[in-house]
Write a protein that binds this ligand. Sequence first.
Ligand code: CP3
Length: 355
Amino acid sequence: MSRPRNDTFLRALMRQPTDYTPTWLMRQAGRYLPEYCETRRRAGNFLALCKSPQLACEVTLQPLARFPLDAAILFSDILTVPDAMGLGLYFAEGEGPRFERPLREEWAIRDLSAPDPHDKLRYVIDAVAEIRRALDNSVPLIGFSGSPFTLACYMVEGSGSSDYRHLKSMLYARPDLLHHILGVTADAVTQYLNAQIEAGAQAVQIFDTWGGTLTPHAYREFSLAYMQRVIAGLKREQDGERVPVIVFTKGGGQWLEDIAAIGCDAVGLDWTTDIAQARARVGAKVALQGNLDPSALFGTPESVSAEARRVLDAFGNHPGHVFNLGHGISQFTDPENVTALVETVRSHSRAIRVG
Ligand code: CP3
């Protein structure tokens, strides 16, 4: 296995110079693409799609066939890990993810253990290997996991939530129980990401979607500390190549210096942070990834291009920027606007470098 022919994304993560700013989009394979909906229909449902390495590979490649993107991301979901821990994941139509057995009882929490990724998550590891074969070293493949805290939110709550009442009750009333869940989950995430890296993931991203709902103190204790523990246990080199780690805490813009200090190579930014100020705060210590508002893609091709140029100009002519959205792409996005986005990032970032 060698370096991909297009290594712009990996170079940017390592803060090395690139000819243009590489781009990938969170949730780049998803319902805004008619071909994704077609494959999902053939699979029967979303989970069946995740559990078929062949179909997961097919949808991973779909956005790359349409747009000149600089990285592929494994098609899966963060909630496969708690599913493998026995919580019983399902998707109620139109209602998002649910668990049959949320973690509410102390005995169930004490019973929790980290699943062997080569057994219970074999389908993900097989998908990684299959995608690497299909990519044939064209662009790098990103593996991912949820952060221990974000996974715990769904595990305790049993679904998405507007206030995470059960989780936060546990955090304040029984922090020992939450720490136990987070410790086991951090071990699970570490083993899962290492299995993805061994199977061919060339960079990994930790999605901390809900860390930003915590107080600064609780963020450090319940989210950041466990991401640091995961990163400390990761294989950072595979086949002689560095495997960069990206940490994305949605709503984490106020803690950038803290996030940059946990051993990651890049920090993801949502759209509420000024990327020029973010860059001034972290310097060249880490790369920055982001930070176009996903809703900007509801505009016209012209307004999309203008917003993309604004982000690129704000970051300026330094190495270490990976262009992305500040959160996942909406299912209501017009693919034409994605074309305008990706083309503008290519051409405008080249122009900035020339001068
Ligand atoms: O980025 C990619 O293209 C890789 C695939 C990916 C998915 N989910 C596919 C998906 C990734 C990286 C995720 C991560 C994920 N999943 C997160 C963290 C990032 C974030 O968005 O905050 C979270 C919180 C989840 C949990 C999850 N999965 C939710 C809340 C939902 C429902 C929301 C929705 O859009 O319906 C999912 C389902 C899901 N995961 C879909 C996709 C493409 C839509 C499912 C479908 O096709 O019906």
